[in-house]
Each structure stands twice: as C-alpha cells, then as structure tokens.
Design a protein around this ligand. Structure first.
Ligand code: 13P
Length: 253
C-alpha cells in the first residue's frame, strides 16, 4: 500500500466558538469551494449540527461533532449519544481531544468507550492523541501516545481502525502558536503507524493520521509533506474560510 491511497483529510474543530449566523456563513463559504482530493470536515458545536447538516445537503463537505457520550441512551443529563449524532447527520466525531482529557477528566478508558460508541453508530471516530510539554521534555512522548492508543486498540481490536482516523495533537502546540516542527510531527506519526503495523500492516498503511496544533495556512504545506502526515485537525484557523481552504489545498500539493 502506498501513501496515495490514504485519504487526505482536513477537519476544522470550531471548539466553543461562533453563533448560528456565523456557522451558516462559514459553512456556505467553505462548501462553495470544494477542494478535490481532500475530505473536508467541519466539527461544529452541538446546537448547530442539524442546521449545518441541512445546509450541507448536496455538498461534499462532511459534518463532525466534537464529542460524544460514552453511554448509550438513558438517564445521562446533558449528554449526547452517538445515535443522536448519527440522527443529526454526523459523519465524524472527535474523541479524546486533549481539552476533553485535561479539562473534563476523560480517561483513556472513557475515550475508548466513546470510540466504540461512535463506530457502533456508523460514525467515524477521529481519535486524538498527544503529549503535554512536560511529557515531551521528559522524553515520554512515545510512551504517552502508545498508552493512549493501546487503550483503544485493546477495546476494539485493530480491525476497527479501518473505519477510524487518528489525530496527533501535541498539547503544547494547541492554541499556542507553537507547532511541532515537520520533523517532530513526522517522527510521532511514523511511530503511531509502526505501532499499528505490529498488529496489522494493511490497516496501518491505510489509516489517515492528521496533525493538529497551531496549523495555519502558512505552515500547513511543510507539515503535510511528511510521509505519514495525511492532513490536519485545525482549531483557530478553521474559523476563517480562506485560511481553512488554504490548509485544505495544502494537502494536495
Ligand atoms: P489550534 O489549531 O487552534 O492550535 O487548535 C488545534 C486543535 O486543538 C484542533 O483540535
């Protein structure tokens, strides 16, 4: 398998930003300029999913959520189930974003459960992995990423990764303006792929691994040049149609 058969993907994680009118305008601007050869995803806040889904009908742009409950339906006040996301037309969902892990205490096991729920509902999970600055500086990057990945592989088996996407987001690069260098990013992406390859070479070769953390229009092409970097998970720069589109185009260079 060569890299060409892996999907190039750019997902915009809007986080808790925007209002209905902003969402409508941003989605209209992005949908108006499809970038061929790149799967483009917008991960909007929950309240706007249905509206954006209606707006997207007939467009190639895909819809993602930013989180999902690890529970099925039931008495879980405030939670949103994977079945509900599927019902709202979601194609993708982020699981284990570092903000969920650090601010809301999501453990590796909870993240694995969310991953399973998404798959069971026919939604593609985008599994986020990444180390803190302290962990990187102490040389623990691979150990941390391996632990986060192992928890999910143990819960689902390797075959599930034929229907999943991985995003490597070093925590120290998120929203800080600091990016991993293309070489630092490529090293961790290669590590993730080699780790999966120990379980199944074909699945490892086929899974798209996105880089996230201060990706902008002007650094995207250099980051995406890495052999094991198949696109990006974009925060701040996804809130502007022009920069999001420029990042999408950088995957096809
Ligand atoms: P920034 O692109 O704003 O650094 O955010 C990255 C991120 O967390 C995407 O999920």
């Amino acid at each position: 398998m060569t890299q060409e058969i892996r999907k190039k993907i750019v997902a915009g994680n809007w986080k808790m930003n925007g209002r209905r009118a902003f969402a409508k305008e941003l989605v209209a601007a992005i949908a108006a300029q499809p970038v061929s050869g790149c799967e483009q995803i917008v991960c909007t806040p929950y309240p706007y999913l249905s509206g954006v889904h209606d707006q997207l009908s007939g467009s190639a742009l895909k819809l993602g959520a930013q989180n999902v409950s690890e529970q099925e339906d039931g008495a879980f006040t405030g939670e949103v189930s994977a079945e509900m996301l599927a019902d709202c037309g979601c194609d993708y969902v982020l699981v284990g974003h570092s903000e969920r892990r650090s601010l809301y205490g999501e453990s590796d096991q909870v993240v694995a459960d969310k991953f399973v729920r998404a798959l069971d509902s026919g939604i593609t999970p985008i599994l986020c992995l990444g180390e803190t600055l302290e962990e990187r500086e102490s040389g623990a990057t691979e150990k941390v990423v391996a632990r986060q990945l192992d928890a999910v592989v143990a819960a689902t088996g390797i075959a599930a990764f034929a229907r999943a996407v991985i995003a490597y987001e070093p925590v120290w690069a998120i929203g800080t303006g600091l990016t991993a260098s293309p070489q630092q990013a490529q090293e961790v992406h290669a590590f993730i792929r080699q780790k999966l390859a120990k379980e199944d070479v074909q699945i490892a070769a086929g899974v798209s691994i996105l880089y996230g953390g201060s990706v902008k229009a002007d650094n995207a092409a250099a980051l995406f040049a890495g052999d094991d970097i198949d696109g990006g998970l974009i925060g701040g720069a996804s809130l502007d149609a022009d920069s999001f589109l420029a990042i999408c185009k950088a995957t096809t260079k």
